[in-house]
Design a protein around this ligand. Sequence first.
Ligand code: G6P
Length: 366
Amino acid sequence: KSAEKGGFPHFMLKEIFEEPEVLRNALAGRIKNGKAHLPEMESVQSRIKSARNIQIVACGTSYHAGLVLKRFLEDHASISVEIDVASEFRYRNIHIDNSTVVIAISQSGETADTLEGIRKVKAQGGTVVAVTNVVGSTLARESDVVVYLNAGPEIGVAATKTYVSQLAVLYIIGAYFSQIRQDDDRVIQIINELEGMPTVFESTLSTINESIVQLAKEYYQYRHFMYIGRGYGYPTAMEGALKLKEISYIHASAYQAGELKHGPIALLDKEFPVFAIVPDDGLKAKVLSNIMETRARNARVVAICTEGDQEIGRIVNSRIEVPRVSEVLYPLVMSPYLQLFAYHAAVLRGNDPDKPRNLAKSVTVE
Ligand code: G6P
């Protein structure tokens, strides 16, 4: 058993430490001359070019990866994008026709709601691009084209390495859409940084674990956590909160930091800490002022921010620093830190992070 886990106490930890390799596999062959290279998408290229509307459909962690793609496409492929969780999407009256391109994201390719969502799209003449890890899965078989994660099997129930892999593949897909629809120069820089991510992950993973254990020790006994973020930081807040509740069973919610004042801030006090997602991007100053509002309610604040950020250090209780990247890449670079925080909190609370209560790896019934 311990051999299967490669010497790690749990599959989850082993899989987090596989992320550099998983990133390498997700990117392999998909960047040519600084551009996204996806021959598997060729047959839908003209559909992408003329698409009048783009929809993203997914559940759970895959939905959070989709939120990042939505913003990427809006920023770099000049198209507005709708996204919904599959359990809602499948019952909505969405106007789908042959100018609709749907991107369905599912690690397993077997999530019942996601499959029903794409069946509806197909029945109405839309085009489905699937992003999945499982070759020959139902989603792969029923979609027009498939882009595989190539992440290898994931045993831990809460998605970790496959989330990282989804983000990498979705950045490539986003860049591909951009090349077809807009050709935005900034994408060249993003692709260039993306290529360096496996190395960045290698060096961060080799150094961060111990400090995150310490942080988890400070916070694992709280009963609640509020994750906040804006822009690309918001999907990160959602995924961070989901990881924490899935395996540590600490109640965690995620809010757009600007929404705090419309209700959630009423919950905060010294027993209700905040986990702030603070990349050094165009919205940082706004998040800092939202953090000040939470501090005024005596909430303890942990922040995940960019290396060397002096400003944030002065206003929060604890901080985690990540390497500086282009703003779209923060959700990727921040992932392992949030996953490790949830993992150590779960272990400190005596839970088995590989097999959280009430959850299944793949939900094949409605
Ligand atoms: C289950 C898993 C989650 C996963 C979700 C969607 O709830 O526990 O980790 O994110 O299903 O799964 P999918 O295979 O469609 O990505």
